[in-house]
Design a protein around this ligand. Structure first.
Ligand code: FAD
Length: 363
C-alpha cells in the first residue's frame, strides 16, 4: 500500500518538480496524512510505529524517486524525533498526531554564522512571564517553504532551547533560498524570527537543555535519514547506468562490453551495497536501543554520502551526454548527492567525529 502510494504520487514526477523548484503541496500533505513522512512515530501518537530499518528502506525507496521529497521526509522525521525525545507528555500529545495527519514541519538550527559550529548559534529565546520571545535568523531550513511549524533551536540564559514555532506566528518570515544547486524542490528557506512571542509551552521540555543535547537530538535522526536517502540515489544511478550501458552501442558493441565502462558499473554496485550495509547496521543498532547507534549513524552518513557523490559522478560518465542536462534522473542525482556531503554534519565533521571515536578506543 505504501509502495503504491509512492508510485501513484511521486514516481516519474521528480524531474518536473526539480525544474519547477517545488513539490506540489497536495503530494506532501497526502504522504504526511498517511504517516509516511515520519513513519517512526509510535502508534499511540497516531504514527506507524515503524522500526528504523523499515523507515530506512522506505526513505531509500522515496529517495530513489525524488531527493527533494525525501528531504522533506528527513525534516519531518527530525522534527518528530525532537518532539518525541525532548518534549513533555502534553507536547508529544499535541504535536505528534498532527505530524502524522498532514501537518508539515521543518527544523532550523543553522544560522549565517553557525554552520558546522553549532555552538555559535545566537538565536535568542528570552523568557517573559509565561511567554517566550524568539529572535534570530535561521538559514537553509529544508522544507520551511511548506512547513506549518518550525522547530527552532536557540539559546537562553541557562542553556539551549528548542521551540515549536508556528510558521504563521506574527514576526516569522520565510524567504526561499533562490536557485539551490540540488534538491531544488525541497523548499529550502531562510527563517527570520523578529521578536516572535509564544506561550512558554512552545519550548520543548521546558528548555534549559545543554545545546549539545538539542543538536544531537536533531542530527541523530537526520544523519541516518540522509544516509538512507543516499542509498536511494545510488540505486537510481545504478539502475539508470546499467540500463543505458546495456542498450546503447558504440564501436559495434553495447557500452557495457567496454571494460572501462563495466568498471563504473561494478563500482556503483559496490557503492550501493556498502552504503546499504552501513545503513542497515546503524538502523539495527538504533532498533536494538544500543548506545553505539550514534556513531553507527555518523559512519553510515559518511559512507553513504561520499559513495553517492562518487557513484552519481560515475553514472554521469556512463551516460555521457544523455545525462548532461537537467531533466534526467542521473543529472539530478549528481547535483543532489553533492549536497548530502554538506548537510547533517559535513563529510569533514563526520570524519572528525569518527576519528574522535577511534581515539577513544571505539571499535
Ligand atoms: P561551513 O561550516 O562554513 O563549512 C565549510 C567547509 O569547511 C565544509 O567543507 C566543512 O566540512 C569544513 N569545515 C568546517 N569546520 C571544519 C572543521 N572543524 N574541520 C574540518 N573541516 C571543517 N540547516 C538547518 O538548520 N536545517 C536544515 O533543514 C538544513 N538543510 C540544509 C539543506 C541543504 C541542501 C544545505 C546545503 C544545507 C542545509 N542546512 C540546514 C545547513 C547545513 O546544516 C549547513 O550547510 C552545514 O552545517 C554546513 O555549514 P556551512 O554550510 O555553513 O559550512
Amino acid at each position: 500500500m505504501t509502495e503504491q502510494l509512492v508510485e501513484d504520487l511521486v514516481a516519474g514526477q521528480a524531474d518536473d518538480w526539480d525544474l519547477a523548484g517545488a513539490v506540489p503541496e497536495k503530494v506532501l500533505r497526502e504522504l504526511g496524512a498517511a504517516g509516511l513522512l515520519c513513519p517512526e512515530v509510535p502508534a499511540g501518537y497516531g504514527g506507524r510505529g515503524a522500526t528504523s530499518r523499515w523507515a530506512g528502506e522506505f526513505t531509500a525507496a522515496l529517495g530513489a524517486h525524488c531527493g527533494s521529497t525525501r528531504s522533506v521526509l528527513t525534516s519531518q522525521s527530525m522534527a518528530a524525533g525532537m518532539i518525541t525525545r525532548l518534549g513533555d507528555r502534553a507536547q508529544r500529545a499535541e504535536h505528534l498526531p498532527r505530524l502524522c495527519a498532514g501537518t508539515l514541519a521543518a527544523v532550523a538550527f543553522s544560522e549565517p554564522g553557525a554552520g558546522s559550529d553549532l555552538s555559535a548559534i545566537t538565536t535568542e529565546v528570552r523568557r517573559d512571564g509565561d511567554h517566550v520571545v524568539v529572535t534570530g535568523h535561521k538559514t537553509w531550513t529544508t522544507a520551511a517553504r511548506y512547513a506549518d511549524l518550525v522547530v527552532v533551536v536557540g539559546v537562553e540564559d541557562d542553556g539551549g532551547a528548542a521551540v515549536v514555532v508556528p510558521a504563521d506566528a506574527p514576526g516569522v518570515s520565510i524567504r526561499p533560498v533562490e536557485n539551490p544547486s540540488g534538491c531544488r524542490a525541497a523548499g529550502h528557506a531562510d527563517v527570520h524570527l523578529d521578536h516572535v512571542r509564544l506561550p512558554a509551552t512552545a519550548v520543548l521540555g521546558g528548555g534549559g537543555q545543554p545545546s549539545r543535547l538539542l543538536v544531537t537530538a536533531a542530527l541523530g535522526y537526520g544523519r541516518l535519514s540522509v544516509a538512507w536517502g543516499c542509498v536511494g540515489i545510488l540505486r537510481a544511478c545504478l539502475a539508470a547506468a546499467s540500463a543505458h550501458a546495456a542498450s546503447r552501442g558504440q564501436f559495434g558493441v553495447p557500452l557495457a562490453e567496454h571494460q572501462l565502462v563495466a568498471r563504473h558499473l561494478a563500482e556503483l554496485l559496490v557503492a550501493e551495497r556498502t552504503a546499504t550495509l552501513a545503513c542497515e547496521h546503524a538502523s539495527e543498532r538504533l532498533d536494538a536501543g544500543s548506545p553505539d547507534h550514534v556513531v553507527a549513524a555518523v559512519l553510515a552518513k559518511n559512507v553513504a554520502a561520499t559513495a553517492a557523490t562518487r557513484g552519481a559522478s560515475s553514472a554521469v560518465q556512463v551516460l555521457g551526454s544523455a545525462a548532461a542536462r537537467d531533466g534526467h534522473v542521473v543529472a539530478r542525482a549528481y547535483r543532489d548527492a553533492k549536497l548530502m556531503e554538506i548537510i547533517e554534519g559535513s563529510t569533514e565533521i563526520c570524519q572528525l567525529l569518527l576519528a574522535r571515536h577511534a581515539l577513544s578506543g571505539g571499535g
